[in-house]
Design a binder for this molecule. Structure first.
Ligand code: XIL
Length: 372
C-alpha cells in the first residue's frame, strides 16, 4: 500500500473513533447533567420508587434526576396518623435514598389542608391548633435537621381569587398560623430553606394573593426563603407571559423560585367545558378520555413544543430558579391518570409508560444541546 493510502486509512480510523466517542457522549447525557449549571432537575417518588422495587425505573431516576420529593408518604395522614403516633419508616427510606444518591432532598409538606389525618380535622380551637403545629412541625423538622435541604412549610393556603382558604388552620387560628408555621420550622432547623407552595399562583389574582401572603409572613418575622410554583399546567394555559412575570415578581421579593410539581395535561378538564356541571359524572365518558391507547403524533408534538417554550423561560431566568421538579417519573405513574377524573390515560411527563424518551424529552434536551 502507498504511504498516502496509509494516511487515509489512519485518518479514517481517527475520524470513526471520534464519531463513536461523540455518540457515547450523547448517550450519557441526561436531564440533570444537561441542566447542571442552571438548576436542579427533580422528580416526585412514589412509595414503590422509594423502595427501589423496579430496577429499570430506579436506574432511570438515578440517571436523569438530582432532586427528589416524596409524592405522598410525608403528608400528615401518613407521617402523623394519630396525636401521639408518628410513622417515619418510609420517610427514613426516602431520605436514605436521596443521601445515597447525593440528591437534593425536598420535604413535602408540613401544613396542608388535604391528606390530613382525620384527627387533625377535628381540632377545634386556637389553643389546640397551636399545640398541634408546634408538635408536628418541631418533631418532623428537627428529626431531619441538616438532612433535608428544603421544606414546603405551607401548601395551598389560597383560593383562586387570592383570598385565604378557609382551612382548619385558618378557622382555628386566623391568618397568624402562616407566620407561626414558618417561625416554628426555622426554629427547628435554622439552615433549611423554607417555601410557600401552591398551584395557579402564576395567575394574576392568585399571584397577588401569594405576594401579599409572603409579605405578611416576612413582616411578622417569619423566615421564608422561596416560593414553589407547582406547575400543574395545560397545553394552552397559563400563558408564557404569566409564567415569566410570576418568576420575576416572586424573585423580586428576595425569594428563590422553584417549579415544584411540573406536569402538562393533554386531556380536557371538566371545568373547561362551558356549561358543564363540575359535579357531573365524567367517568367512562369517551370525550373526556380521547387517547386511551396512544397519544396522536400531532399532540405529542404540541406537548414537546409547550415544554420547550416553558423551559426556555426557565433557562432565561436560571439565576432566579433553584429547582424544576416533575410530578412523577413517567406517564404511567402520573396522578393525572386519576385526577380530576378517575381512570383516564394522560401523557403529561417526559418519559412514556415504557420509560422511553418522548418528543418532549428531546425538545427539553435540545435547548441545551444547541448551546454547546
Ligand atoms: C397528589 C399525588 O400525586 C396523588 O398520588 C395523591 O393521591 C393526591 O396528591 N398538589 C400537591 C401534591 O401539593 O401533593 C398533590 O399530589 C398534587 C397537587
Amino acid at each position: 500500500m502507498k504511504l498516502t493510502n496509509y494516511y487515509v486509512l489512519f485518518a479514517s480510523i481517527l475520524l470513526l473513533s471520534s464519531c463513536n466517542q461523540k455518540k457515547e457522549e450523547v448517550k450519557i447525557t441526561s436531564l440533570k447533567d444537561s441542566y447542571k449549571d442552571d438548576f436542579y432537575i427533580g422528580t416526585a417518588l412514589s412509595e414503590d420508587q422509594i423502595e427501589e422495587k423496579d430496577v429499570k425505573v430506579d436506574s432511570l431516576i438515578k440517571k436523569e434526576f438530582n432532586a427528589i420529593t416524596a409524592e405522598n408518604i410525608m403528608k400528615s395522614m401518613f407521617v402523623h396518623p394519630s396525636p401521639d403516633k408518628y410513622d417515619f419508616a418510609l420517610t427514613d427510606k426516602f431520605i436514605a435514598y436521596g443521601e445515597k444518591n447525593k440528591m437534593f432532598i425536598h420535604g413535602h409538606t408540613l401544613i396542608w389542608h388535604s391528606q390530613l389525618a382525620p384527627w387533625m380535622e377535628k381540632i377545634k380551637d386556637s389553643v389546640q391548633m397551636k399545640a398541634f403545629m408546634k408538635d408536628h412541625i418541631t418533631t418532623i423538622v428537627s428529626k431531619y435537621k441538616g438532612r433535608i435541604d428544603s421544606w414546603d412549610v405551607v401548601n395551598e393556603a389560597l383560593n383562586e381569587d387570592g383570598t385565604l382558604r378557609k382551612s382548619v388552620f385558618l378557622n382555628t387560628m386566623g391568618e397568624r398560623y402562616l407566620a407561626d408555621a414558618f417561625k416554628l420550622a426555622a426554629a427547628a432547623d435554622p439552615k433549611v430553606d423554607l417555601y410557600y407552595n401552591d398551584y395557579n399562583i402564576e395567575e394574576p389574582a392568585k399571584r397577588k394573593g401569594a405576594i401579599d401572603l409572603i409579605k405578611k409572613i416576612q413582616a411578622a418575622g417569619g423566615k421564608i426563603d422561596g416560593v414553589g410554583i407547582q406547575g400543574h399546567w395545560r397545553l394552552a394555559s397559563p400563558s408564557l407571559e404569566e409564567i415569566e412575570q410570576s418568576i420575576v415578581e416572586y424573585s423580586s421579593l428576595g425569594l428563590k423560585v422553584a417549579i415544584t410539581e411540573f406536569d402538562i395535561t393533554v386531556l380536557p378538564n371538566p371545568w373547561d367545558l362551558k356549561g358543564a356541571d363540575v359535579n357531573q359524572n365524567f367517568e367512562g365518558n369517551a370525550k373526556m378520555n380521547p387517547y386511551p391507547e396512544k397519544l396522536p403524533d400531532s399532540v405529542q408534538v404540541k406537548l414537546a413544543e409547550r415544554y420547550a417554550s416553558i423551559f426556555k423561560i426557565f433557562i432565561k431566568h436560571k439565576d432566579k430558579i433553584s429547582r424544576v421538579t416533575f410530578w412523577g417519573v413517567h406517564d404511567k405513574q402520573s396522578w393525572l391518570n386519576d385526577w380530576p377524573i378517575k381512570g383516564r390515560t394522560n401523557y403529561p411527563l417526559l418519559f412514556d409508560t415504557q420509560l422511553q424518551h418522548k418528543k418532549a424529552y428531546n425538545s427539553v434536551m435540545q435547548l441545551k444541546e444547541a448551546k454547546k
